[in-house]
Design a protein around this ligand. Structure first.
Ligand code: GRF
Length: 201
């Protein structure tokens, strides 16, 4: 096992937060609400998406946040462009929010300790795709969401914070996803707050 890099948080200035998203962007929305330009802890000032039609890009543009579509022609090409954009923005923290691609070990290493993801299950249970359906298939009584550091595995990095929800009789994946999403919208800003203030080493 590799030794963890020492945390660079708390910073003595406002952190610059980048969000990578592929879809709707509701988690981006709550992060941008909380980490607005007047929050001394940090501000979301860059959004990158691999999908031109992502709601996340529209949301960012609407809020005046710098946003770029970087096509996933290949992982290497995406990462090259993303690393340039992150470096140009001076991003201190990168938050994956519904980013539906796997980043390379080299990219993950570069942002070790400052690359987060949110996953709609209580990790280590149900990593990967369709975690809500996986939870239903396993007939668990509760599920939830996890905010975790990203490591080279899929949804395997250290968990910072989790929030639980009950699984209700008659739930389908969409109903469970909706219940979990409400908790994601609390968990993600809370985890970023914790990390930026030095409480998630
Ligand atoms: C969320 O459920 C997130 O946990 C998962 O993808 C969904 C993204 O939703 N990884 P949104 O784009 O943030 O609305």
């Amino acid at each position: 096992m590799q030794a963890a890099v020492p945390s660079r948080f708390p910073l003595k200035r406002q952190a610059r937060i980048a969000v990578l998203a592929s879809g709707r962007g509701s988690n981006l929305g709550v992060l941008a609400d909380e980490f607005s330009p007047d929050n001394p802890l940090g501000r979301v000032d860059l959004v990158l998406s691999n999908r031109a039609e992502a709601g996340a890009l529209k949301l960012a543009v609407h809020r005046g946040i710098e946003a770029h579509h970087i096509p996933w022609t290949s992982r290497a090409a995406f990462e090259r462009a993303a690393l340039l954009a992150l470096a140009a923005a001076g991003s201190d923290l990168v938050c994956l929010a519904g980013f539906m691609r796997i980043l390379s070990p080299a990219f993950v290493r570069k942002y070790e300790g400052r690359l987060l993801n949110i996953h709609p299950s209580l990790l280590p249970h149900f990593p990967g795709l369709n975690p809500q359906q996986q939870a239903l298939d396993h007939e668990v009584a509760e599920s939830g969401c996890s905010v975790h550091f990203v490591d080279a595995g899929v949804d395997t990095g250290r968990v910072i914070l989790q929030r639980k929800v009950p699984v209700q009789p008659g739930d389908d994946a969409a109903a469970l996803a909706e219940r979990i999403l409400e908790q994601e919208h609390i968990a993600y800003p809370a985890a970023v707050r914790l990390l930026l203030s030095g409480g998630a080493q």
